[in-house]
Design a binder for this molecule. Structure first.
Ligand code: BEZ
Ligand code: MG
Length: 541
């Protein structure tokens, strides 16, 4: 290998290690009613100080001085921190706003009225409202223990969310183009309610950018319409976007559901070359092939039947209730094939079953995508990411007769980062499941902590089942870390033998279903551990 090649590889490795090291992870569960510890507070303030907040006139502190500045702030206060930063060559005008923000946040972190508010709520008393958001993106969520409210759906996407999302949509398309030599003609997006509350509609804004439209406000300053961004300005084709929205999104963001549907229908009607407008291209193709009308061919916003929630793909995976993987994708469509929006005559389509339309729309999809907006909940923390993004990807695989490229972004870091699903699973595994800082934090919670570790393993397995996105080494390292290390196995056994047993079973299932290629001797060891845990649970030993 040439010197320059070797340097390149070492540098790429260094960058990956840095990414894992700097990844924010929650180190333990929140304990209701308890304010954050000194260590947690320091980490949080550091993160808060590392973001520009133009709306507050706050500039981020540079990485080189941030640790020292936060220590000084915590030890001696705002003025001392500003003075220290002046010694480092930063003007007081530049640093005072961020230090004052830290002072406010720090004071609010000190108070915790969660228990008090709960008791008052149970007495039927008034609880002050407060915004729901990610703490780093919007520190106004503090103090906790208030009545979390959502937002005005007519304000979504906010100007800031729309501006931020241009770079995300571009990076996403660039990444696909790098790997495939051209733009994807159609993408499937997952949109969740709580995420769009937290980000004031970044997911919605990303969908609008892919379509090449911008939000338009009416005379009452409500976002009720969209306008096409001219192709000359967009500089690329409009992408066909199939949106699966959660039941929560459908319920909370009714005007936004209409907006998204309106955007697709507007783009479908634009008189533009078909190679620059994939929505129009596909709608016209479908009208010709199926002899249907434009209204039916332009359905792109899908959710559950009215009053229903979720895909159930997670339950089917967790209960091992499937034989062929395509059943998982079919279940996704069965649950989510209800159309929402308005037809060309203005008649509401409120959850009409549209299975054929969804099958058709998914059959053209080449890439699937979801935005991750908080460091607290990632791909393997909950079963909802694989039920949605995994579920839709599996549905596409059968209908398009090819596995789509699967991407995630995290818009929580300062620069936009698009990762493939496989990359994200690796990063989450290294930063959380296999990271002693994370699992020791969990184990402090005893029974519940072991259950959390087991959940992570099962959620990782969910990515094998729906997307074949988990490397063999991940399962091997889970076995090495939690089951083949005798003292660790002892701890898990003592704290929660049920979850320890489920973990072993899940690993055996991963092998049985062909997701983990490993030597027979390893499996034999796992079976042995499984037997001894069963004996323990049955009270034999
Ligand atoms: C949502 O906010 O839309 C959502 C929350 C939990 C699971 C799935 C979706
Ligand atoms: Mg494999």
């Amino acid at each position: 290998m040439k010197q320059s090649q070797r340097d390149g590889r070492v540098f790429a490795l260094y960058e990956q290690l840095l990414e894992i090291e700097q990844r924010l992870i929650p180190t333990g569960l929140h304990i209701f009613g308890r304010p954050s510890s000194a260590g947690e507070k320091t980490d949080l303030l550091k993160m808060i100080a590392s973001f520009d907040r133009p709306e507050l006139g706050v500039r981020a502190l540079p990485d080189a001085v941030i640790d020292e500045a936060i220590s000084e702030f915590l030890a001696t206060g705002t003025d001392a921190a500003v003075r220290l930063l002046q010694q480092k060559g930063l003007s007081a005008e530049a640093t005072r706003p961020v230090c004052e923000l830290l002072e406010t946040v720090s004071a609010k972190l000190q108070t915790n009225s969660e228990l008090d508010s709960l008791v008052r709520a149970l007495r039927g008393e008034f609880i002050e409202p407060g915004p729901g958001a990610d703490i780093i993106q919007n520190p106004d969520i503090l103090p906790t223990g208030r009545n979390t409210h959502a937002l005005n759906p007519y304000g979504v996407p906010s100007a800031a969310a729309f501006a931020r999302s241009e770079a995300v949509a571009n990076s996403l398309l660039d990444r696909y183009k790098q790997e495939n030599g051209r733009y994807p003609e159609a993408m499937a997006l997952v949109l969740w309610g709580l995420d769009n509350i937290k980000t004031q509609g970044e997911g919605v804004a990303q969908a609008l950018w892919l379509l090449g439209v911008r939000p338009v406000r009416d005379a009452l300053n409500r976002i009720t319409s969209v306008a096409a961004i001219p192709l000359s300005e967009l500089g690329r084709p409009r992408i066909d976007v199939v949106m699966t929205i959660s039941g929560i999104f459908r319920d909370l963001f009714s005007p936004t559901v209409q907006l998204l549907d309106k955007a697709v229908r507007l783009v479908a009607q634009l008189d533009e070359p078909l190679e620059m407008n994939y929505v129009r291209k596909h709608v016209l193709e479908q009208v010709r092939q199926d002899a249907c009308d434009i209204d039916d061919a332009a359905v792109r916003v899908f959710s559950n039947a009215p009053g229903n929630y979720g895909t159930n793909v997670n339950f089917m995976v967790m209960d091992s209730q499937w034989e062929r993987e395509e059943t998982l994708g079919d279940l996704f469509v069965t649950r989510k094939c209800f159309a929402y929006g308005r037809d060309s005559k203005g008649r509401a389509i409120e959850g009409t079953e549209a299975r054929v339309a969804m099958d058709r729309a998914l059959s053209r999809v080449e890439a699937t995508y979801q935005n991750i907006d908080t460091f607290e909940i990632g791909l393997t923390d909950v079963d909802h990411y694989f039920e949605y993004l995994g579920g839709v990807s599996k549905a596409v695989e059968k209908r398009a007769k090819a596995r789509p490229a699967i991407y995630l972004s995290d818009t929580l870091s300062r620069e936009v980062k698009i990762r493939s699903l496989e990359e994200t699973v690796r990063l989450e595994t290294r930063a959380k499941t296999l990271n002693p800082k994370w699992y020791e934090g969990m184990l402090k919670h005893g029974f519940r902590g072991v259950a959390e570790i087991e959940n992570h393993v099962s959620n990782t397995f969910g990515w094998s089942a729906t997307a074949d996105a988990v490397d063999d080494w991940i399962y091997s390292e889970v076995a090495n870390t939690f089951l083949f290390d005798e003292s660790m196995l002892e701890r898990l056994r003592d704290l929660n033998p049920h979850s320890a047993h489920s973990m072993v079973q899940r690993l055996l299932e991963a092998n049985g279903r062909g997701y983990w290629d490993v030597e027979e001797s390893v499996l034999e060891k796992l079976r042995e551990i499984s037997r001894s845990l069963e004996d323990q649970l049955e009270g034999v030993i």
